[in-house]
Ligand binder design. Structure first.
Ligand code: ADP
Length: 220
């Protein structure tokens, strides 16, 4: 679950997020839409602990009931690695590694045993219908396959929250539809919370809740 209150973020004297609050229940899929420059990515980064809000007595961020401000930097990194998965517009897979190796990376960072990690990754690739390309490098995969490998990488540590920033922005419409369906399958199977920033109207409308951000504020 996510509970954020009075989140503001200022860059160079410009308020990019202006007192934004949001509550998201476990297992909910929320889409965030809005024009370019509205602050969507900034909000996603703050909610996912990749970035911090402006210091302010009234602001607070709780993830899974944990007050993030109470954690030390090291604890935040550990929390992020175990509880949060990320999917970006450009898959960000490492080109010199195979699909399977890419999926294993967050587990390696956590210090999982290689054998156990590899078998978990294989299982995951199987459920995402990707096991046949496990030994291929990202450049040998289609855009849709690359993005599904990125989804597998985001899920390998069994996170409770998944953040996606324009996940289908770079895909053809059929691959985009498949990826969108995958988010809903994942939620149904794993009961994880999913927050998606998207310009894709179909995806935004499929979500349990669609929120619009304009100039760093929610609009109706
Ligand atoms: P969106 O995702 O809605 O397109 P962003 O969150 O990426 O919007 O950006 C919102 C505003 O914040 C933009 O005007 C952008 O230029 C500015 N911004 C984002 N990140 C930084 C940064 N690291 N430094 C300075 N300005 C930034």
């Amino acid at each position: 679950m996510i509970s954020a209150k009075n989140i503001s973020k200022t860059y160079d004297n410009k308020k990019v997020l202006d007192n934004v609050s949001i509550e998201i229940k476990k297992g909910e899929i929320v889409s965030i839409v809005g024009p370019s420059g509205a602050g969507k990515t900034t909000l996603l980064h703050v909610l996912s602990t990749l970035d911090f809000a402006d210091k302010n007595d009234k602001s607070a961020l709780f993830l899974n009931e944990i007050r993030i401000a109470d954690l030390k930097q090291k604890e935040i990194s550990k929390f992020r690695n175990s509880q949060i998965g990320f999917i970006f517009q450009f898959h960000e897979l490492l080109p010199e590694f195979t699909a399977l190796e890419n999926v294993c990376i967050p587990g390696m960072i956590r210090g999982d045993k290689p054998k156990e990690l590899e078998s978990r990754a294989e299982k995951l690739l199987k459920t995402l219908d990707l096991v046949h390309i496990k030994n291929q490098k990202p450049s040998e995969l289609s855009g849709g396959e690359q993005q599904r490998v990125a989804v597998a990488r985001a899920l390998i540590n069994e996170p409770s929250i998944l953040f996606a920033d324009e996940p289908s922005g770079n895909l053809d419409s059929k691959s985009a539809d498949n990826l969108h369906q995958l988010f809903f399958d994942i939620r149904d199977r794993l009961k994880i919370t999913i927050v998606i920033v998207t310009h894709n109207k179909k995806l935004a409308d499929m979500a349990d809740r669609k929120l619009s951000l304009v100039d760093g504020k929610w609009v109706k």
